[in-house]
Design a binder for this molecule. Structure first.
Ligand code: WTA
Length: 713
């Protein structure tokens, strides 16, 4: 890239202002713009600014026909947006379609022998699996026949706990073919976490795999199925069948025995359905397509329910215009299908557009930091999509690796967490070789697809900002009173979407009141209104908008810690720690981390009569790994003499968060036990120094997050 672009930062710090819970003053160096390369613009799906007019507010909601028209509809809809039961919006009401048909069957006529999926196994000496649309069609039909044979019907929920293998999209699309609601749980989650989600969704069938490769090891994954079934049973849900795909068909890779009568190998069942064809079930647009569980402020995870018509239209449209996917691209999103990113932008969006989507089984730096770039070179990947955590990690372990490989990206994406401008620049110049645009995409499990990001051919990039609102999305930043904070004021607040959009989730499975109270109550002024203007969507993120209309996302305003782009609920972590007999109190706090964005540290106070010990620490660690998964394992567990508390007994999380981050603990005069703060600081900070965890300078927004942590309750 040229020097002038990189060096173009101007200082636009604004006046300081009063700081309240959601309204903080933000001063940051305004980054310079990076224009999209002309070669990109020349071929971009959206390069004519007329598209902005087509999606202007006066054309809402009809503008979204343009997305829905990317699909095949069995019956056209009569009402684009039905607002009769707010905020349970119905998109494309009256329309009928099948998601599996749209992602598979309809591409056969023109692209039968084109690769739909290219699967890259983690072991480098194992061959890729190239699955054409024809082959995908065969596999989806055969597995749909298996499910049908088991009596599964439209509307039933089925839980999947599968790794990154082609059998996962096959399973999802087979469910979709039958109108069965799939609920895929990230394979890295524990059996216990999976069991809780089985129970919540009322699934009678669990679909899993015997094993998969991760960092060079073939993991026994089947053992988690047994734990999951047990955990679901404790919550009153019986699992009738566990369907076990085999990583190597015909050969069992797990040590855990199969349970007679309950567990079946999928390859055995498929043998009876060779060549089966199952008619896709024509589903109403508002029929649920899948559930995706995510963390919230209470311990119970939220099953975000996504629709068939609205969701599929939205991910197809955003894949086309923001990922710039053309049918002949080779697109690689290095996320896991167990998260929303993988559902929307590995499986449904790219396949709806009939492109080639790459799936990678393992860890990005296995066996070395050149792996992703070797894959890109070998497969001719030209669109690449990943998270800031992966970029930070690859930069740390192999800053010069990309230059060694002959690949050329036209477009790259970042998602899941704020990206530091410095990391952004490495992504742009080293990974993208200065040739590729970057779309920084802000969105959530709940939103189905990108909602804050600029069209890459029309808006210049600005490191650290996701860009303006996406097409047809009308974002705003509100203060605690619901008043709009003007752009360019330098003040942050709560980011909201003023209007619905087709990709928004429909409800929280089984908890419609929580859906309303978490996302809409805060800014709704009239609960009887059927006018969408009265129902802004509260996203739970703090943000600031600069003069040019670009948004910069500051992070969560609730009790969620974003570890490596994955949302972990503070309450889930704490209730897991509290399940350990000796533990009286537990508090989880975020610690700023150079690679993972945030990591979790857990503070523990013991019941009287117990002494701090490595054994109790170990029990807490095991409890969290068992209840949630290794991803949630705290970086440190501190057993402290007492928690800093207010006189009303509330744990002051901001105080311990500040201690863990080596920052000033702020005002502690309101504490009932201020003397404990010094003790905790000495204990924690000296232990950290002994481990080589030195203080790290925090940016202004990081410091704000830490110093106000837990104050929103
Ligand atoms: C954060 C992931 C900054 C945000 C798709 C959001 C981001 C949460 C960005 C959702 C981004 C996501 N810049 N922060 N581009 N994208 N986030 O549900 O706090 O796993 O609320 O969905 O991640 O995480 P989720």
């Amino acid at each position: 890239m040229s020097e002038d672009v990189q060096g173009q930062a101007t200082d636009e710090a604004s006046e300081s202002s009063e700081s309240s819970e959601a309204t903080i003053a933000v001063h940051w160096r305004e980054e310079g713009y990076i224009p999209p390369p002309p070669k990109f613009i020349g071929q971009a799906n959206a390069s004519d600014p007329a598209i902005l007019d087509r999606f202007a507010e006066e054309n809402f909601p009809e503008c979204f026909r343009e997305y829905a028209d990317l699909l095949h509809w069995d019956e056209y809809w009569h009402t684009t947006l039905d607002t009769s039961d707010p905020p349970f919006w119905k998109w494309f009401a009256g329309g009928k379609l099948n998601a599996s048909y749209n992602c598979v069957d309809r591409h056969l006529a023109g692209d039968r022998n084109k690769a739909a999926l290219i699967w890259v196994p983690e072991p480098e000496d194992e061959a890729d699996a190239v699955i054409t649309y024809q082959e995908l069609y065969r596999r989806v039909n055969e597995f749909a026949a298996v499910l049908q044979d088991l009596g599964v019907q439209a509307g039933d929920r089925v839980t999947l706990h599968m790794p990154m293998v082609p059998e996962l999209p096959v399973t999802m699309l087979a469910c979709a073919r039958l109108g069965v609601v799939h609920s895929q749980v990230f394979a890295g989650f524990s059996g216990g976490a999976c069991g809780g989600r089985i129970a919540d969704s009322g699934s009678k069938i669990l679909i899993t795999m015997d094993g998969y490769y991760r960092s060079g090891d073939l993991l026994d994954h089947k053992v988690k199925a047994d734990e999951a079934v047990e955990a679901a049973r404790k919550e009153g849900q019986e699992v009738d069948k566990v369907l076990v795909w085999r990583r190597f068909p015909g050969q069992y890779s797990a040590k855990t025995p199969m349970v007679e009568g309950r567990d079946v190998f999928v390859d055995d069942l498929l043998a009876d359905h060779r060549g089966a064809v199952v008619e896709p079930v024509s589903m109403p647009a508002e029929a649920p397509l899948f559930l995706m569980y995510t963390s919230g402020t209470t311990g119970r995870p939220k099953g975000c329910q996504h629709s068939t018509g609205g969701y599929l239209s939205y991910v197809a449209g955003t894949s086309k215009f923001y990922q710039d996917i053309h049918p002949d691209d080779t697109y690689w999103c290095m996320a896991d299908i167990g998260w929303i990113t993988g559902h929307s932008y590995i499986v449904y969006g790219p396949l709806a557009l009939g492109t080639t989507t790459v799936l990678y089984e393992g860890t990005p730096n296995y066996p070395d930091a050149g792996r992703p770039w070797r894959v890109a070179e070998r497969l001719g990947v030209n669109i690449f999509h990943t998270s800031p955590t992966a970029i930070r990690m690859l930069r740390k372990v192999g800053p010069d690796e990309p230059a060694k490989y002959d690949y050329h990206f036209k477009a790259m994406t970042t998602v899941g967490e704020p990206i530091e401008p410095e990391v952004y620049r490495w992504y742009f110049s080293t990974v993208g070789k200065g040739e590729a645009i970057i779309t920084d995409t802000w969105w959530q499990t709940e939103t189905g697809g990108f909602i804050g990001t600029g069209l890459p051919g029309l808006f210049p990039m600005k490191p650290g900002s996701c860009g303006p609102a996406a097409l047809g999305i009308y974002l705003d930043i509100l203060d605690e009173n619901g008043d709009s904070i003007p752009k360019g004021s330098g003040k942050a607040g709560n980011i909201v979407s003023r209007a619905p959009w087709p990709g928004v989730f429909q409800t929280i499975w089984g908890q419609p009141e929580r859906f309303v109270s978490t996302y809409f109550e805060k800014y709704n002024k009239d609960s009887g209104s059927t006018d969408w203007h009265d129902w802004p969507y509260f996203a739970g993120d703090g943000a600031v908008q600069s003069e040019d209309g670009y948004f910069r996302i500051l992070g969560r305003v609730d009790d969620v810690i974003n570890v490596a782009g994955h949302r972990l609920g503070t309450k889930e972590l704490e209730s897991s720690a509290l399940s350990v007999e000796e533990v009286a109190e537990a508090a989880a706090v975020p610690v700023v981390d150079d690679v993972r964005g945030r990591v979790v540290e857990m503070y523990i106070a013991l019941k009287p009569g117990n002494e701090a010990s490595a054994e109790i620490e170990g029990k807490v660690k095991t409890a969290i790994e068992t209840d949630i998964g290794k991803i949630a394992r705290p970086k440190n567990i501190w057993i402290v003499p007492d928690m800093p508390k207010t006189r009303s007994g509330k744990i002051m999380r901001r105080v311990i968060a500040s201690v863990s981050n080596f920052t000033d603990v702020g005002d502690i005069t309101t504490l009932a036990n201020p003397e404990v703060v010094d003790k905790i600081r000495d204990q924690v900070q000296s232990a950290k120094r002994a481990k080589g965890e030195e203080p790290r300078e925090l940016s202004e927004t990081e410091e704000h997050e830490i110093k106000t942590y837990g104050e929103q309750e």
